[in-house]
Design a binder for this molecule. Structure first.
Ligand SMILES: Cc1ncc(COP(=O)(O)O)c(C=O)c1O
Length: 348
């Protein structure tokens, strides 16, 4: 027997099946290619530069983000995906005896980090309509984490309600995870100057079509930056590789391209949601690049299996009681979603 080994309930990420024919709609990846300028920068990247460690502060990328978001560069921290940023945020900001609050249905990783870092937490049930109730978050706590728009529901909470929560919790950190913000949400960025307890996280995995590159970032007050930068330098100072920094910088500089692809995805999402409604599904209103939907004539698990047989991969949260009747379906290209809707029509 080996002593000292940890027992961990790990996060279970969406599967990454392989194949040329499949339609992969299970991890909310972007349906479109990264910007052509990103691909060009990749083709011309100087491989010899990889001899050296990557930068310690990602100054070029933070500068580009600063210009795009109108936030000072020293209020931005970059990480290896937003998972890296969120994990550091849990370590940096939640160091209190009172429980950190987050919804029962939200990004499944929050619970895993809280357990891993021995952080006390309390999951607050979303209401019957799968919405956050502001009053639930006006209570003693050791911090708050909200995804807006939420995942896996897709539901968006208006900014004035998010502000009420931040305002009522000035003595703890409120993390707002904006992984899906550019698919029709309303960012909390305008509140950054007003509230030094607000920390926003973003990712290049969804809107920027760079999930495989692993880049995310966080935005917060100088007070919060000092602590999270200390965590970064205590865990992995070179947490963003040189290629990732270069390509993410080019992506930010070519944001117009992404505005176009996000618009396409939103249009396809609304078209697909209507198609599901016409088939009798319940569909939650989505401001993300996925929909959460409940079939009426067959069970969610049956539909999941039937789609998988046709190499259409969607996400079924079989272990989450409140979601056992639902499937989360990422939005692919219009052509892909037309095929998916036709297949669903044939099954249901
Ligand atoms: C709500 C939410 N936050 C964060 C992430 C992590 O994203 P990243 O790829 O940047 O680590 C995801 C990924 O699916 C997500 O759904």
């Amino acid at each position: 027997m080996i002593r000292g080994l940890r027992q961990i309930d790990a996060y279970v990420a969406g599967a990454q099946p392989q194949g040329d024919k499949m339609i992969k709609l299970n991890t909310n990846e972007n349906a479109y290619c990264p910007s052509p300028k990103v691909l060009e920068a990749l083709a011309h990247f100087d491989g010899n530069s990889l001899r050296k460690y990557s930068s310690l502060d990602q100054a070029a990328l933070r500068e580009a983000l600063s210009k795009q978001l109108q936030v000072p560069a020293d209020q931005i921290i970059v990480g290896n995906g937003s998972d890296d940023i969120l994990s550091m945020a849990f370590l940096a900001f939640f160091n209190d005896d009172l429980p950190v609050l987050f919804p029962d249905l939200t990004y499944g990783f929050y619970k895993v980090w809280a357990d891993l870092y021995h952080i006390n937490y309390h999951e607050i049930p979303l209401n019957e309509q799968f919405e956050i109730k502001v009053a639930d978050y006006i209570a003693d706590n050791g911090g708050i984490v909200l995804t807006n728009p939420n995942a896996p529901t897709g539901i968006f909470k208006p900014l004035d309600e998010i502000e009420k929560i931040i305002q009522a919790n000035r003595d703890v950190v409120v993390v707002v995870d904006e992984a899906y913000i550019n698919f029709g949400g309303q960012t909390a960025l305008p509140l950054i100057d007003k509230y030094d307890n607000l920390f926003i996280t973003r990712t290049f995995s969804k809107d920027a079509a760079l999930a495989g590159l692993r880049v995310g970032y966080g935005i917060g007050s100088p007070k919060l930056m000092a602590v999270i930068n200390a965590i970064k330098n205590s865990v992995n100072p070179y947490n963003v590789d040189a290629l990732a920094e270069k390509l993410a910088t080019v992506a930010v500089e070519d944001w117009e391209y992404y505005e176009g692809t996000c618009q396409q995805i939103m249009a396809t999402r609304d078209w697909f949601a209507q198609g599901l409604l016409d088939l009798g599904f319940e569909v939650l209103p989505s401001r993300t690049n996925f929909v959460l939907a409940k079939p009426q004539t067959v069970s969610a698990s049956y539909l999941f299996q039937k789609l998988e047989e046709k190499e259409i991969y969607v996400r079924y949260f079989s272990k989450v009681v409140r979601l056992k009747d639902y499937l989360r379906i990422s939005i692919g290209t219009q052509a892909e979603m037309e095929e998916v809707l036709a297949e669903i029509g044939g099954i249901c």
